[in-house]
Design a protein around this ligand. Structure first.
Ligand SMILES: NC(=O)c1ccc[n+]([C@@H]2O[C@H](COP(=O)([O-])OP(=O)(O)OC[C@H]3O[C@@H](n4cnc5c(N)ncnc54)[C@H](O)[C@@H]3O)[C@@H](O)[C@H]2O)c1
Length: 438
């Protein structure tokens, strides 16, 4: 394939070298004449393992050329990858100046190009940028319409400096964000041979994914470092502890706990986080990330309260009260906290949770209910149908399949449903669904 790469920094230069190595003809574009001269001489413009030899080898094939002129590059190729920088602006926002400038130049080049062209952005971009900011520029400058005169896409780049050629050949996955089968087909033909999964998705999801991955990596590093600082203060070997943490591939290094849902609670996580923070205070260790988890959890609860209040419903039916289905443990259940807030706002409440019938509660849970939330006992109802009949809004906080199925069979089309358990879209019955996060 004939491919142009605009922006020859770490991402662009490594992509140029690897695509040329794989047999494609590649035109490199940059505003930095020094980088173009280096590539034209078979030298690497970035310091990266393996690039010195690879650049020499690909230049010798005659498949690599360079230019400062975007129009020349677009006319000579079928596909352009945009790899220019998107650094931080002083206020923390993304400086999209380079991508905007490239979009203007690409649009102008498309105006005079006869055949179709695919433009895939590989620079990290805030969600919505390609479709709402860059595509309108392309359409205006080219006089053509997306999907007709040209195709667009976003493919997040996952290479890491220092191992970028290896990462190019063995990425965690390939994610192609596009709204046209043509763009997906082109990206599959270029990257489908790699030994990883290939996922086609929307442009916006692909843009968001890149931020999510980087944020998750930053979170993991900070978790390990905060843990290490506390370990050091407590005389524990942090490497040994983190090695053991990573050996649990069931709950720790796994998909567990990574599905969005309601706030966490229960008898362990909140109390152990508080105890951790107390240890940090006692040993003068600063743990800002761990220290903010409980306040983030509270924001999530408030988010749900806001959705309920904004619906205008006065009669609320809660399906589930314990911190998870199948248990009668009410200690620090976020659903109990939600119920308390709603009562405090003067709303009428009925609660259905078959595992939490006051008559059946024993021991610590009975004491908890009598001591902490005695008024909730009177609001418990053991008949789901009654709760549904007498509510304007149902909060589904229990993902027990039997109750969810029964609820979905009986929910009225005029009734609001605040779904805290991610009922699948196919399962949803008529009703006015308010997802927690959508
Ligand atoms: N560096 C990484 O490891 C990495 C990994 C994944 C994603 N990314 C993302 O990829 C993008 C590029 O990162 P990078 O590290 O390669 O950047 P870089 O700063 O190393 O290179 C950017 C290149 O774009 C060129 N450029 C700027 N304006 C231009 C224009 N108008 N026309 C042509 N060329 C222009 C610059 O001269 C420079 O050579 C960024 O959005 C970054 O966030 C980087």
């Amino acid at each position: 394939m004939n491919i142009s790469i605009i922006g020859l920094g770490y991402v662009g230069a490594v992509s140029l070298a690897c695509l040329a190595r794989d047999g494609h003809r590649v035109v490199g574009v940059d505003i930095d004449q020094g980088k173009l001269d280096q590539i034209a001489a078979g030298r690497t413009p970035v310091v990266e393992e393996g690039m010195v030899d690879l650049m020499q080898a690909v230049l010798a094939t005659g498949r690599v050329s360079v230019t400062k002129d975007v129009t020349e590059a677009v006319h000579a190729t079928d596909l352009s990858f945009v790899c220019v920088g998107t650094p931080s602006a002083p206020n923390g926002s993304q400086d999209q100046g380079a991508t905007l400038k490239v979009a203007h130049e690409l649009g102008a080049a498309l105006r005079t190009k006869a055949g179709p062209h695919v433009i895939v952005f590989r620079s990290t971009l805030a969600p919505g940028t390609v479709e709402e900011v860059l595509c309108p520029v392309l359409e205006r400058e080219s006089g053509k319409t997306r999907g007709e005169g040209f195709h667009i896409g976003f493919q997040p780049e996952f290479l890491r400096e220092g191992s970028s050629i290896r990462d190019y050949d063995k990425p965690p996955f390939t994610v192609a964000g596009a709204d046209s089968a043509h763009t997906i087909d082109v990206l599959r033909s270029l990257f489908g041979h790699l030994s990883c999964e290939f996922h086609a998705t929307s442009i916006r999801a692909a843009e968001m994914l890149k931020y999510c991955c980087n944020n998750f990596h930053a979170l993991k590093i900070t978790f390990a470092n905060e843990t290490a600082r506390l370990c050091e203060a407590l005389g524990v070997d942090p490497f040994h502890v983190m090695d053991l943490v990573c050996r649990d591939t069931q709950l720790n290094i796994s998909r567990a706990y990574l599905r969005p849902g309601f706030a966490f609670g229960g008898s362990c996580l909140p109390k152990d986080l508080r105890a951790t923070m107390y240890l940090a205070k006692k040993t003068d260790v600063e743990l800002p990330m761990l220290g903010n988890i409980l306040s983030s959890n509270r924001f999530h609860l408030e988010h749900a309260i806001g959705k309920i209040l904004r619906s205008g419903s006065k009669r609320i039916g809660m399906i589930g009260l314990a911190f998870k289905a199948g248990t009668d443990d009410l200690r620090e259940s976020p659903l109990v906290a939600l119920a308390e807030h709603l009562l405090g706002k003067g709303l009428q409440l009925l609660v259905y949770d078959p595992a939490v019938q006051l008559s059946q509660l024993i021991g610590a849970n009975r004491r908890f209910m009598e001591d902490h939330v005695p008024h909730l006992g009177a609001l418990m109802c053991d008949d789901l149908q009654t709760v549904i009949n007498e509510s304007d809004l149902l909060v589904v906080g229990m993902n027990d399949p039997g109750s969810v199925r029964m609820l979905l069979e009986r929910v009225r089309p005029d009734q609001f449903v605040l779904d805290l358990v991610n009922i699948s879209r196919e399962q949803r019955a008529p009703g006015r669904y308010l997802g927690l996060c959508w």
